[in-house]
Write a new protein. Structure first.
Length: 112
């Protein structure tokens, strides 16, 4: 069975200290101050009341199990993704906010 993976942060520790199960993914949401327009204008929190639907994958579960077979995940650690605005659970670890969601709640992978 494939192992779950987590992203290491600059301190060398795993971030977050959570291991997703099955087809779950842990995403670090784009913080409100990081939201900018294509021209570099920062959108203040007061004008952007919607929850962020964009983030970076920081941990990936082993995959979904169907009929005893593990189906591999399509997303990888470090990828930026767009996900369903209401398809996640919020968790806070060491004062950092993360979202746990099923891979099926991820709508797209952002490529450059």
């Amino acid at each position: 069975m494939p192992k779950a993976e987590t992203l290491s942060n600059s301190r060398g520790a795993s971030a977050p200290k959570l291991q997703p199960l099955g087809d779950r993914v842990i995403v670090k949401p784009v913080s409100k101050e990081e939201k900018t327009t294509t021209f570099g204008i920062i959108i203040p929190e007061s004008t952007d009341k919607e929850r962020p639907a964009k983030g970076t994958v920081v941990a990936v579960g082993p995959g979904k199990t169907e009929n005893g077979t593990v189906l591999p995940m399509n997303v990888k650690i470090g990828q930026q993704v767009i996900f369903s605005k209401y398809g996640y659970d919020e968790v806070k670890v060491e004062d950092e906010e993360f979202y746990i969601l099923s891979e099926s709640s991820i709508l797209a992978i952002i490529t450059k």
